[in-house]
Design a protein around this ligand. Structure first.
Ligand SMILES: NC(=O)c1ccc[n+]([C@@H]2O[C@H](COP(=O)([O-])OP(=O)(O)OC[C@H]3O[C@@H](n4cnc5c(N)ncnc54)[C@H](O)[C@@H]3O)[C@@H](O)[C@H]2O)c1
Length: 340
């Protein structure tokens, strides 16, 4: 961080999506003096209402990160000194159906932003995923760390891997002031109903069974979105330039175990599930070793009690039916067409 960066004027890409909007809310609490400009294409995954109710409203610009003249104009007009880059096509199943928007937004869009960062000497933080490391077998006990080889499985994770490599190349070649976080599966409020936990909760709320891919044995390492936002902000402010930090809460559970927790919390029988077609090439297990961010930046998950945070997430979806209901029917129709 330079002195110039302390008076932050931040460009938050994808700030109307799940993690991006939680991040803007988090920032409004911890750093209300920061000027925040959200650039978001408002794809199906965005919801402009995600940013409602903030006492200090961000400037929201509807636009595409692939539009280099728009990005240039925003950086100049708003005196941006840092970019926190969330915008992406983010859903694996969609990438299997059509990889084109993933390649365009996730790879080319990241390039456009990196070029703006290079030209204007901006601090650049890239929000990425542990899925770039591929998976391990279900019975494995190893965890990914910052030295794990890249082995992405899906078109989505391959585009995120490509964007990570671009970010590293801009650091090595041009000295652009970059950092990367690769975090595990997030959960919490404002997550689209296509994603695993909201899908199960809203299925139950609409009188349907939770749906499990395959036998539900795959393991995910769950991280509350609030903890991820705090990790991202810590790395943005205090992370070593050019470095990658893995973020996870050591909260590994099979998909079946998560669904059964949700069923129990919503007073439904534990066997009220439906097993559906598995995702082609599905990752079996993710596991994150977050020692580096813990050691270097003193970060640790504060919402480490998964059951408690899951219960709070269920409550949020119960109270915000008007937020998620409009997307529910089309999402389930798409899943049905693909046997999921
Ligand atoms: N959700 C997770 O569990 C998770 C875990 C690790 C990393 N990530 C990464 O975090 C970031 C945010 O994920 P999310 O779950 O909030 O995704 P999301 O799909 O909820 O939100 C993505 C946002 O990006 C916007 N967007 C898409 N294409 C755009 C474009 N071309 N120009 C401008 N905006 C565009 C969308 O409108 C949306 O608001 C992504 O980069 C994702 O890869 C997600």
């Amino acid at each position: 961080m330079t002195d110039k960066d302390e008076v932050a004027s931040l460009l938050v890409t994808g700030g109307a999506g799940f993690i991006g909007s939680n991040f803007v809310r988090y920032l409004a609490r911890v750093n209300p003096q920061a000027k925040v400009v959200v650039l978001d294409k408002m794809t199906y995954a965005a919801n402009p209402h995600n940013l409602d109710g903030l006492s200090r409203k961000p400037i929201v610009i509807r636009g595409d990160i692939c539009d280099s003249s728009l990005v240039e104009q925003i950086v100049e007009q708003h005196h941006i000194n840092g970019i926190i880059h969330f915008a992406a096509e983010s859903h694996n199943d969609n990438s299997i159906r059509d990889a084109a928007p993933f390649i365009h937004t996730n790879i080319y869009g990241t390039y456009v932003l990196l070029e703006a960062a290079r030209r204007h000497d901006l601090r650049f933080h890239h929000v990425s995923t542990d899925e770039v490391f591929g998976d391990t077998s279900v019975g494995d006990v190893t965890r990914f760390d910052e030295s794990s080889p890249y082995r992405p499985s899906s078109p989505y994770s391959a585009t995120k891997a490509a964007s990570d490599h671009l970010v590293r190349a801009w650091w090595r070649t041009y000295g652009t002031r970059v950092t990367i976080t690769n975090s595990s599966n997030n959960y919490g409020p404002f997550q689209h109903v296509e994603k695993f936990i909201p899908r199960q909760i809203t299925n139950i709320l609409t009188g349907h069974r939770p749906k499990l891919y395959g036998q539900g044995e795959d393991v995910r390492d769950w991280l509350s979105v609030e903890d991820d936002c705090r990790a991202i902000w810590n790395v943005y402010r205090r992370g070593r330039l050019g470095q990658t930090y893995l973020v996870g809460a050591d909260n590994r559970l099979s998909n079946l175990a998560v669904v059964q927790m949700i069923l129990a919390m919503m007073n439904r029988p534990l066997d009220e599930v439906e097993f559906v077609r598995d995702r082609p090439g599905a990752d079996r297990r993710y596991a994150i070793d977050a020692s580096k961010i813990r050691r270097e930046l003193g970060w640790k998950p504060l919402q480490a009690d998964f059951a408690k945070s899951l219960e709070a997430t269920i409550e949020w979806y119960k109270r915000h039916e008007s937020w998620w209901m409009p997307a529910k029917q089309t999402t389930e129709l798409r899943y049905r067409q693909e046997g999921h």
